[in-house]
Write a protein that binds this ligand. Structure first.
Ligand code: RB5
Length: 149
């Protein structure tokens, strides 16, 4: 982990336990975590939580976001509807590192029903510890941003 940044966390009901494990993991490493819940286990709607976390990142309040649902897919789709958000679902550490290095992803999504806690925390570390490489990758990221216009 190269620097401390404020990271927003959110999930739906399917991923509360894993989200809280991610929060403890990051806090133990000195990261400023903004966990916006939910905290109770009632069934809820992942688009709302994905959007709320994404808005924290898009506004600049948080520099990165980590969101979770059962598969990681639905909440990622919602987050990516917010302008300025680049969110990828990762089930492996290589992808988690590469979406920062090449895609300048500012959000990571994880499926709590897909990966166990140990792997999920390694995925988080790979994502948070990597930096955007810029250069030719910046041209491509700019092309993604242009699609929002
Ligand atoms: C909730 O049952 C489930 O659909 C949700 O967590 C997620 O997997 C959707 O993409």
């Amino acid at each position: 982990m190269t620097e401390t940044r404020r990271i927003v966390l959110s999930s739906d009901h399917a991923a509360i336990d894993l989200r809280q494990a991610v929060a403890r993991h990051l806090e133990a490493r000195g990261v400023d975590v903004v966990d916006i819940g939910p905290t109770t286990p009632e069934s809820t709607h992942y688009p709302r939580h994905g959007a709320e976390a994404a808005q924290r990142v898009a506004s600049g309040d948080c520099q990165l976001g980590i969101i979770l649902c059962g598969t990681g897919q639905g909440i990622m789709m919602a987050a990516n509807k917010v302008p300025g958000i680049r969110c990828g679902v990762c089930s492996d550490t290589f992808s988690a590192r590469m979406i920062r290095q090449h895609n300048d992803a500012n959000m990571l999504s994880i499926g709590a029903r897909v990966v166990g806690e140990g792997l999920a925390l390694e995925i988080v570390d790979a994502f948070v510890g990597a930096e955007f490489e810029g250069g030719r990758h910046a041209t491509r990221v700019d092309m993604i941003t242009a699609l929002e216009a």
